[in-house]
Design a protein around this ligand. Structure first.
Ligand SMILES: Nc1ncnc2c1ncn2[C@@H]1O[C@H](COP(=O)(O)OP(=O)(O)OP(=O)(O)O)[C@@H](O)[C@H]1O
Length: 276
């Protein structure tokens, strides 16, 4: 049974916009850690939010976590952490971190909470309205990760962490996923220090997958861009190649007088070279 499975998923935010996701079909195995790579607007956040059950999809789509429909059954053990959390006025209010974490059940997971407080260097005496963006992000991660999760959906939440905290956090997530067979799907633009983290990588472009989740490191071979991708190639370089290919694709469409779509037609996308 797949940890996450998506079939026939096409999604538009409204009836007058082109779809932001087009015919998505993926299956992620339990215990896998997949990095979602794609340019701004590729559809990463939309996909993560749909998996978190935050948006309703049409009847044709089948979106499952642990074989349960994410909308109808709300599967347990799913944690979604996105960037918008820190904007919520509630978490910018005059409340202490200790009180805040207890109000969301921290006392039930004391051991994990204390480990995360230490790892993320969070002070229980901080007041939520007086801390920096990075400090607030660390509180969010402590809040989100203290209950053991089966499925973790991460949308660029390491963006304002300092390098050391980010590195410690990635090591913690990897060890936690390995120890408990838990699954991670992580959208990011920051590839420093990420080489040893994923079991799979995937490439999205204009709302669809150009490279489905593929085992990482990639096997040695040459791709259509005549650049050799080998097991030693850093994830950063792969991401750079993929995003360059995306830009070439957009330019080619423009040369052909076609408008670059926000949610591209899948035939357009799939006719382009893929590195995966
Ligand atoms: N609330 C919204 N209403 C309408 N369209 C939206 C909305 N949010 C996103 N979109 C559109 O959906 C597409 C996918 O956006 P999404 O945020 O999923 O991309 P992303 O890959 O996460 O980008 P980024 O790397 O910038 O976070 C984009 O074309 C975007 O303009």
């Amino acid at each position: 049974m797949a940890a996450i499975s998506v079939s026939n998923l096409t999604y538009a935010y409204n009836s007058f916009s082109p779809p932001s996701l087009v015919d998505i079909n993926i299956a992620l195995t339990p215990g896998s850690r997949t990095i979602l790579i794609g340019a701004n607007g590729a559809g990463k956040s939309t996909l993560l939010q749909l998996l978190a059950g935050k948006k309703l999809v049409g009847d044709a789509a089948d979106v499952r976590i642990k074989d349960q429909d994410v909308f109808r059954n709300s599967p347990e053990g799913v944690t979604f952490l996105g960037t918008e959390w820190a904007m919520n006025p509630v978490v910018r209010g005059d409340i202490g971190v200790a009180e805040f974490l207890d109000s969301v059940g921290g006392y039930r997971h004391k051991e994990r909470r204390d480990r995360l407080l230490d790892l993320l260097d969070v002070d229980l005496d901080w007041r939520m309205h007086k801390i920096s963006d990075g400090e607030r992000r660390r509180v969010q991660l402590c809040f989100g990760l203290m209950a053991p999760w089966d499925i973790l959906l991460l949308d660029e939440v390491t963006v304002d962490l300092d390098v050391m905290v980010r590195d410690d956090l990635l090591k913690f997530l990897k060890a936690d996923s390995e120890a408990r067979g838990a699954t991670i799907l992580y959208a990011t633009h920051i590839f420093d220090g990420l080489n040893d983290f994923p079991t799979h990588i995937a490439h999205m472009r204009f709302g669809t997958f150009v490279t489905l989740p593929t085992s990482w490191p990639l096997p040695d071979r040459s791709n259509a861009l005549t650049t050799t991708i080998s097991a030693t190639t850093a994830l950063y370089n792969i991401a750079l190649q993929w995003l360059k290919a995306d830009r070439e694709y957009s330019r080619e469409l423009e040369r052909q007088g076609k408008k670059v779509p926000r949610g591209a037609r899948k035939d357009d996308v799939r006719s382009l070279p893929s590195c995966g």
